[in-house]
Design a binder for this molecule. Structure first.
Ligand code: ATP
Ligand code: MG
Length: 391
């Protein structure tokens, strides 16, 4: 089929009342951005819908990109031609022939008349086009108006006609940049990239903060985080990555605190540093990839201690997800292969043999009182390196 247009369907944002046009404009901008690596596309709004002109580009390649834009629930490849009712019937027939070839056995025609001056109603159009199709394809495919395998959608508008049938599902969500900004704690693991993606999907712009213990952790492990941020940038436009060396902090904890408290205390430092960077970057929340009970530091007591170190909202989209479910998303969005590369993390380098699983906040706070927390945090912040990551 020679598709020349994409029809973009968006869900939730359709119901946002007078904000609707803002959302649509954002969506159009985000689609254009997503398509930039392929080419310059005409993306526009018409009759309360968004269209993408395909020009000579391969439609499957373009759909693959467009469907990644948050806020889109589906993308339909279609054929549009100058307004001519007979042409519409011809296109519908060509589309149906394709479907027969693909092995479908039942179909129905759905029509829309956007031009009220046209002498057939939508209903009459469906009957007329359906009749024409049946006459031409004979009994190679049958009409089933109740439960058709295929719908041939025909539209007659003021200036053009259009036929489409398939819908490729998008990820849903809300257009990027319509719900504030989040600072995501991005490790090199499987979880935090998924958590970041899920929050961005709800319309939040994303920044990332990564903690390392260079030279105890390698350049390569930072490279890996950069690669993950790059994959996220595909969905998020651009990701600013803040890289924080916490080696001095970990050394201090190692000297002054119980070995078993290392993970939980360094996690609390990470959160506080992230909170301050978030505030300076006008982020409204932190994001982590934590999930109840997954590891020692993620027991309810562990999470309670982590949470108590900051006052900014902390979003944990994976909190109730199983590892297998998280992996499924990681594979779908393309971060999994990078996440499983064997690079050490600052937590693994300094991880205690037997971490506390039920830390008590008073005890942890007491241990921390031996440290010059403020100075350690400030020193780490003073040495942050920043990088803007684009896809
Ligand atoms: P992940 O797969 O995201 O690394 P995890 O299962 O390994 O998660 P933890 O190591 O306990 O779990 O980390 C919990 C969360 O804390 C991570 O999801 C991430 O948001 C944050 N975090 C942990 N280590 C780092 C780090 N080095 N830099 C930034 N954030 C981190
Ligand atoms: Mg980890």
């Amino acid at each position: 089929m020679l598709y020349n247009i994409l029809i973009v369907k968006y869900g939730e944002i359709g119901v946002k009342g007078k904000n609707r046009y803002l959302f649509e404009n954002k969506l159009i901008k985000n689609i254009k951005n997503m398509l930039k690596p392929i080419g310059k596309f005409n993306v526009y709004k018409e009759y309360g819908r968004i269209y993408v002109d395909l020009e000579d580009y391969d439609y499957e390649e373009v759909i693959e990109e467009v469907k990644k834009v948050f806020g889109i629930v589906g993308v339909c490849p279609g054929i549009r031609a100058a307004k001519d009712y007979d042409k519409l019937k011809e296109l519908a027939l060509a589309m149906l022939e394709d479907k027969i070839e693909e092995g479908y056995k039942t179909f129905k025609v759905e029509s829309r008349r956007g031009d009220k001056d046209f002498n057939l109603t939508s209903q009459e159009m469906s009957l007329d086009i359906g009749g024409y199709l049946v006459y031409n394809v004979k009994d190679r495919i049958k009409v089933d108006v109740r439960n058709p395998e295929v719908k041939i959608k025909c539209e007659l508008r003021q200036n053009h006609v259009m036929v489409y049938s398939d819908t490729v599902a998008g990820y849903g969500g809300l257009p990027l940049g319509t719900n504030g900004r989040a600072m995501s704690l991005l490790s090199g693991g499987i979880d935090s990239p998924v958590a970041s993606w899920m929050i961005a999907k709800r319309g939040m712009d994303l920044e990332a903060i990564h903690f390392h213990s260079y030279p105890f952790t390698s350049e390569k492990s930072q490279e890996k985080v950069r690669d993950l941020a790059k994959i996220l940038a595909k969905y998020c436009g651009r990701v600013r990555l803040h890289k924080v060396n916490i080696l001095e902090i970990q050394k201090a904890i190692g000297l002054e605190c119980k070995e078993e408290e290392m993970t939980i205390i360094s996690r609390r430092f990470m959160m506080q540093i992230a909170e301050r960077v978030a505030e300076s970057r006008h982020c409204d929340a932190l994001v982590t990839g934590e999930s109840i009970g997954q590891v020692a530091s993620q027991t309810i007591q562990g999470l309670t201690c982590t949470n108590a170190s900051v006052s900014i909202p902390v979003f944990r989209p994976l909190i109730a997800m199983d590892k297998t479910e998280i992996i499924e998303v990681a594979q779908k969005i393309g971060t999994f292969e990078t996440s499983i590369l064997p690079e050490e993390d600052c937590c693994t380098v300094f991880s205690p043999k037997k971490p506390v699983t039920k830390p008590r906040l008073e005890r942890i706070e007491k241990s921390e009182s031996k440290l010059d927390v403020e100075k350690l945090i400030q020193d780490a912040i003073d040495n942050i390196e920043v990088e803007d990551i684009e896809f």
